[in-house]
Write a protein that binds this ligand. Structure first.
Ligand SMILES: C[S@@+](CC[C@H](N)C(=O)[O-])C[C@H]1O[C@@H](n2cnc3c(N)ncnc32)[C@H](O)[C@@H]1O
Length: 380
């Protein structure tokens, strides 16, 4: 967006990157800050430029001229409208064209644009409290959040949340674990579990005797251990293994959570760099991996066991398509209602995300990251 604005007044290709960065920073302030006068922003930027470029008058003069024009013309400036879809997506909504177009084609114009708008805003920090809420002091520092009980929006710093056994966790992510709140079983495998959030939530459910944490990366196993210690959640030693060659016995698990590695496009609000890092072909690469993982997970289930499959991606290729493809090939697999084992509260609050085939497709909103979840039952 800022590149687009500035390109009306200067040629980006012919401008040194350091100068462009100063211009970007000033343009942001001129366009979006309401309490700082434009002349102060311009003065400060020009002073900075003089310092940064050893008093080079040509460079600071150029910056001064560009910013003065921007300040003068900003009221009449218009971002591109949807009549020119390419510029609308890239320069108005600030998304790569291929990704914006993919969402528009998958979800329709209105929802696709809504997704992009929603992902451009940071969501409030929400955390799940395991115990020790009282250590934060006065109750009024906490605001209950709309979707999941026991989760809060807080204006206390993140390090305090950790000290108090609270874990930053988006409500969509909490929901995935909440789907098994009323499940009863001895062994529940969290197949791709680091940094551990969903597994920690599962560990607190009364009907589940043992949660087995598994992950392919030694560093990430370490993070599970550190997090469980910080949160004072007691877990069994996590297993380091590649789920593409699982080291568990076939037909041994009562339930499995496969929160699959994915493109993460539903979490762009908190990780804005992802939208520029992701490339079109990656979606299919992830889907291939997910296909293998879902197959392996199913083989580890006892008859009558259930598999919760989830991703924090908005891409149907990694969600709906992976699940449908698997269920259509496996005669013992059936999709069951995703709220089969959850609380009334979760049912009521997330009902609006229930789609065809018993899929939960959560689109990002003020609070929620984009997520996908489904439950597959292994028919005896
Ligand atoms: C989406 S994250 C899981 C987040 C976790 N469920 C939570 O709530 O904190 C996906 C995880 O899958 C792990 N992973 C990737 N490939 C894997 C594989 N082949 N086998 C097992 N784990 C894998 C990654 O290391 C990563 O920790």
């Amino acid at each position: 967006r800022l590149d687009y604005v500035l390109s009306g007044f200067a040629n980006q290709k012919r401008t040194e990157p350091d100068i462009w960065l100063l211009l970007i920073s000033a343009a942001y302030q001129i366009l979006f800050l309401t309490r700082t006068p434009d002349y102060a922003i311009i003065n400060d930027t020009v002073t900075l430029a003089k310092q940064a470029f050893g008093g080079n008058k040509k460079k600071s003069g150029f910056i001064n001229a560009v910013l003065k024009r921007l300040a003068k013309e900003k009221e009449s400036f218009r971002f591109p409208s949807s009549e020119n879809l390419h510029d609308f997506i890239e320069s108005n909504l600030s998304f790569p064209y291929w990704l914006g177009m993919k969402w528009i084609s998958d979800y329709g114009m209105e929802t696709g644009v809504q997704i992009m708008k929603s992902l451009n805003f940071r969501k409030p920090v929400v955390f799940r409290c395991f115990h020790g809420l009282e250590s934060f002091g006065p109750e009024n520092r906490f605001h209950p959040t709309p979707y999941v009980e026991d989760s809060f929006e807080a204006n206390v710093p993140i390090y305090l949340m950790r000290a108090g056994s609270c874990y930053v966790m988006n409500e969509s992510s909490q929901l995935v674990a909440e789907l098994l709140r009323n499940f009863s079983g001895k062994w529940v495998l969290d197949a791709a579990s680091s940094p551990g959030g969903k597994g920690f939530v599962l560990s607190t459910f009364k009907g589940i005797e043992e949660v087995i944490f598994n992950d392919v990366s030694a560093n990430r196993i370490q993070r599970i251990l550190e997090n469980s210690k910080d949160l004072a959640v007691s877990i069994s030693p996590p297993v380091l293994s590649d789920f593409l060659k699982p080291s568990f016995r076939e037909s041994s698990m009562d339930a499995i959570l496969l929160d699959a590695p994915c493109t993460g496009t539903g979490t762009i609000s908190g990780h804005p760099e992802l939208k520029w890092l992701r490339k079109p072909g990656e979606v299919h690469g992830r889907a291939k991996l997910q296909n293998s993982m879902i197959r392996n997970a199913f083989s580890l289930l006892k008859p009558d066991g259930v598999l919760v499959y989830s991703t924090c991606s908005l891409e149907k290729e990694e969600g709906e398509d992976v699940v449908l493809d698997f269920v259509s090939q496996e005669s013992h697999a059936e999709l069951i209602h995703p709220f089969s084992f959850t609380s009334e509260q979760i049912k009521n609050r997330f009902e609006r995300f229930l789609g065809k085939e018993n899929f939960l497709r959560i689109l990002p909103d003020k609070y929620l990251d984009g997520f996908f979840a489904a439950i597959i039952h292994k028919k005896p």
